[in-house]
Design a protein. Structure first.
Length: 243
């Protein structure tokens, strides 16, 4: 005959054990949370300058500006960086983005044009950073403006250095390129942190939108809009036919 075991007696643990258990869990959570807050605060303290500066980088897009599907527009300005004679028979304005791979493809073409036809062409750069696709485009545009404020010659040296090293456009790299071309780094750093030249970039961007720019690069050759990468032969034909 099977032996019947007595039922197990259920006993609640003493109430004091519940409190000790809860107190241990609470203390553990408090320590972890405090440590996380300390790490975050230390990181923000060490990098507050960069965090604040990056947070300021916002284009002011004019809501009243409407994109127009136009074939031509006079987008040449008196204050944006330019190369070549003021009265050159051919004007080329590029709305560009320093991080754009197609602008990089156009970079040696423009260099070749200016090397061969520098006395007959006025070339101008205007900023059109496509921030939605290029993380560092606005940083690079601002860095270019900060260098241009010091010297147009230094801007073109910086422009070339940025495209040559397009694979790294971090803030540290941009500062390094500015150093390499001989920029005043105290002025450069102050300019980057202040972000005051973002208005200039916004003006270029809005002007581009109004003139029908939808991507980079977009060229205006003697006011005629030509989007995309333009082969050297096309520039050559236009310049040779223009007296």
């Amino acid at each position: 005959m099977p032996i019947e075991l007595p039922p197990l007696e259920h006993r609640e643990p003493p109430l004091i054990l519940h409190w000790w258990f809860l107190a241990i869990i609470f203390s553990f959570v408090f320590i972890i949370a405090s440590f996380a807050i300390l790490v975050i605060r230390n990181y923000q303290t060490l990098h507050s300058g960069n965090v604040n500066a990056i947070a300021q980088l916002q284009l002011t897009v004019d809501p009243t500006v409407q994109a127009r599907n136009v074939e031509s527009a006079n987008v040449l300005t008196a204050d944006d960086p330019s190369l070549g004679p003021v009265d050159a028979p051919v004007t080329i304005v590029e709305f560009g983005d320093f991080e754009c791979p197609f602008c990089l493809e156009s970079f040696p073409v423009i260099r070749e044009v200016m090397t061969k036809y520098g006395d007959r062409v006025r070339f101008q750069w205007r900023d059109f950073p496509v921030s939605s696709q290029h993380t560092h485009a606005l940083d690079a545009a601002l860095a270019g403006e900060c260098v241009a404020e010091q010297s147009v010659e230094k801007f073109w040296a910086f422009h070339d250095q940025v495209f040559i090293n397009q694979s790294d456009l971090s803030r540290d790299a941009l500062a390094r390129y500015a150093t390499q071309i001989g920029a005043d780094m105290n002025a450069f750093t102050a300019c980057m942190e202040a972000g005051s030249l973002l208005d200039e970039i916004s003006q270029d961007y809005n002007a581009g939108v109004e003139a029908g720019v939808t991507g980079t690069p977009t060229f205006f050759i003697n006011n005629r809009r030509v989007p995309g990468v333009v082969p050297f032969s096309v520039f050559e034909d236009i310049i040779e036919l223009t007296q």
